[in-house]
Design a protein around this ligand. Structure first.
Ligand code: PMP
Length: 455
């Protein structure tokens, strides 16, 4: 039995009242899931929540309880749940044709590819669409290997790039590694994770050892020729890790010195989320050769993609390659409408302003709560690393679980990540308001107070 929380906090009231839930009970749903759905598909919370309705930044469960969604369907609902313009575009499309194939012409794929290319620096203007981020990364690696004629791919430690075999090989998080299908020709380099610097150094006196180490690594461990480097410009699943500003410039230069192309995984950081820039890589003044996308691209409709230059893209022509659902008219309509909303509703500017306000509030909480080790991130991609002791930096992972439960009781859904599961991940739909941000910070404040009092 759940205990009513002793709190005055509740999310700002949405101007929407969902209909009463008339579907199967939560218990029935849980039972069918436990019996018939692969148990590897895990759920969050001791008592899993059943979400049945969503409008913009808010969700409702089967009991009618409203939540502020600060995790956005895992960084996927970029402009708001059930956004009328995105859903409207999908409804209009399915009334004409719901699926066709890329072996016939349909206007949506080219139209979206063109609109997307208008959001990239010059030269990045040819796209291949997939259904997910994993597929996008697999396709990018394929193109990089074909283009360079080399095999070795370098990814970063603490990175997550997907759940398919190749993408799992790129992923460097012990918790996500299975004892099956060892990665082939993949190396892992050191991320710019200053809070847990593996060399025990401090920025800026470190002389950027983490980035320069790649040159030495490739000299010792590679044939002298590599196909590609793939990296997120802010690590998402890894716990919102933001490197020093010079980091990616050094990495990109080294990769090119060894004959590789650079792939920026923008699955989480793209589409304005980091606020200042449309793409996360732009924060570092670098230009990748290939960019992979998914999640926020279509506000929750299954879609992914790789954008690159024609000279790299045309390597795919040498054999046949096909993705049955990639670039289908419905996903393309959703992606195109999402892009339009991002532009027309100043979504990137909102991510910058509201994200900046929220980060300031979280940083202020660090003065009061010793459990906060570090507040990181940009725009509306924020992380709070929790530690039991600021000196030893012992990860406060059970405390993070408890905080998520307390937040849930108060009507706030947060994410968590990092190798130890001790980093709060805050990546809401980017229509978040200032009042929502204040509510979020108040809940984190109250929950940390409760946890700290018990210690
Ligand atoms: N890259 C990054 C950075 C991701 O965060 C994810 C998903 N968490 C992926 C790739 C894989 O995307 P998908 O789950 O759509 O295959």
């Amino acid at each position: 039995m759940s205990v009513e929380p002793t709190t005055k906090l509740s999310p700002p009231k949405a101007d929407y009242q969902p209909p009463a839930w008339k579907g199967p009970s939560r218990e029935e749903v849980l039972e069918t899931r436990q019996k018939h759905v692969n148990p590897g598909i895990f759920h969050l919370y001791k008592n899993p929540i059943m979400v049945v309705e969503g409008r913009m930044q808010y969700l409702w469960d089967d009991t009618g309880k409203q939540y502020l969604d600060a995790f956005g369907g895992i960084v996927t609902v970029s402009v708001g749940h059930s956004h009328p313009k995105v859903n409207g575009a999908v409804k209009e499309q399915i009334d004409h044709i719901q699926h066709t194939t890329t072996i016939y012409l349909h206007p949506n794929i080219g139209m979206y590819a063109k609109n997307l290319s208008d959001h990239f620096p010059e030269g990045l203007d040819v796209s291949y669409f997939t259904n997910s981020g994993s597929e996008a990364n697999e396709t990018a690696i394929l193109m990089a290997r074909l283009f360079t004629g080399n095999e070795t791919v370098v990814a970063l430690r603490n990175a997550y790039h997907g759940g398919t075999t190749g993408a799992l090989g790129l992923t460097a998080h012990g918790t996500w590694k299975y004892p099956a299908g060892p990665p082939q020709n993949v190396m892992h380099a050191t991320p710019g994770y200053c809070y847990r610097c593996p060399f025990g150094l401090s920025y800026p006196n470190c002389a950027m050892k983490c980035a320069h180490d790649l040159d030495e690594k490739l000299r010792y461990e590679s044939t002298g020729k590599i196909a590609a480097f793939i990296g997120e410009c802010l690590q998402g699943v890894g716990g919102v890790v933001v490197p020093p500003k010079e980091y990616f410039g050094i990495i990109y230069e080294t990769v090119r010195k060894y004959g590789g192309v650079v792939i920026a995984d923008e699955v989480q950081g793209g589409f304005g989320r980091t606020g200042e820039h449309f793409w996360a890589f732009e924060n570092w003044g670098v230009k990748p050769d290939l960019v992979t996308m998914a999640k926020g691209i279509a506000n929750g409709y299954a879609c992914g993609g790789v954008t690159t230059r024609m000279e790299i893209a045309e390597t795919m022509k040498q054999r046949l390659h096909f993705n049955t659902y990639g670039g289908n008219p419905v996903s393309m309509a959703a992606a195109n409408a999402t892009l339009q909303v991002i532009d027309e509703e100043n979504i990137q500017q909102k991510a910058k302003e509201i994200g900046g306000h929220l980060k300031g509030r979280l940083e202020a909480l660090a003065d009061k709560h010793p459990l906060i080790g570090e507040v990181r991130g940009m725009g509306l991609m924020l992380g709070v690393e929790l530690v039991r002791d600021r000196k030893t930096k012992e990860p406060a992972n059970t405390e993070a679980v408890e905080l998520l439960e307390l937040a849930r009781e108060r009507g706030l859904l947060l994410g968590k990540g990092g190798l130890f599961g001790n980093v709060l991940r805050i990546k809401p739909p980017m229509c978040l308001t200032r009042d929502d941000a204040d509510f979020l910070a108040d809940v984190v404040d109250e929950a940390l107070g409760i946890i700290e009092e018990k210690r």
